[in-house]
Design a protein around this ligand. Structure first.
Ligand SMILES: [Zn+2]
Length: 201
């Protein structure tokens, strides 16, 4: 079982909703322990901002190609890894996400998250909440979340959950603001010749 270090309840591992705090990400005096947690728990503790600040430098260094903005008071920076064809979204409210360029090709933009491998206690819990262990059966993700009594941790989640090739997989929309989405298309379209390190000005 994967449990939240802050509330002790199940962590699904959904992109944009959950995070694993590793020791170097810890901000002093926030009371946050290393391990998996709900971003909503970080936010409720008032620790999301300081925690986001603690990982900001890492994002800048690791993926030096980005576009940034502010939406409804939340600062964001969309980092692009051209080699991996992935985006790494940093947000000042801690709701970070990593997703593939390929997410952009189909609207509405959704991502797949592997939640658990068959044979683990975690998968058994999820399958019980899904109400089926038949491969390929598609179950509404909010229904599974409700049965796990986790709706308050994942209040806006839509999408589906399926057992696919021995893995419980969630397919759900990515909550991207319009400006962030525009940035994603721009970053994905940029050619290598237009690439500049931020330090180049
Ligand atoms: Zn929690």
């Amino acid at each position: 079982m994967i449990e939240c270090t802050l509330c002790g309840r199940l962590v699904l591992g959904l992109t944009g909703y959950d995070w694993t705090v590793v020791p170097w990400m810890l901000a002093p005096a926030t009371g946050v322990m290393p391990g998996p947690c709900h971003v909503s728990c970080l936010q409720e503790r008032g620790a999301a901002g300081s925690w986001a600040a603690a990982v900001e430098a890492y994002h800048r260094e690791r993926w030096p190609r980005w576009l940034a903005g502010v939406d409804a008071g939340v600062g964001w920076r969309l980092h692009s890894s051209r080699a991996a064809r992935r985006f790494h979204l940093w947000r000042s409210d801690g709701a970070m996400a990593s997703f593939a360029y390929a997410v952009l090709t189909v609207a509405p933009h959704r991502t797949g998250t592997d939640l658990a491998e068959l044979g683990t206690a975690h998968a058994a819990t999820l399958l019980a909440a899904m109400g089926t262990d038949r491969p390929g059966s598609v179950v509404p993700l909010p229904r599974m979340i409700e049965r796990l009594r986790l709706t308050d941790r994942y209040p806006f989640v839509e999408g589906t959950v399926t057992l696919r090739r021995g893995v419980v997989v969630a397919d759900h929309p990515l909550a991207l603001t319009r400006a962030c989405l525009r940035a994603a298309h721009q970053l994905a379209a940029e050619g290598a010749d237009t690439y500049r390190f931020p330090s180049d000005g």
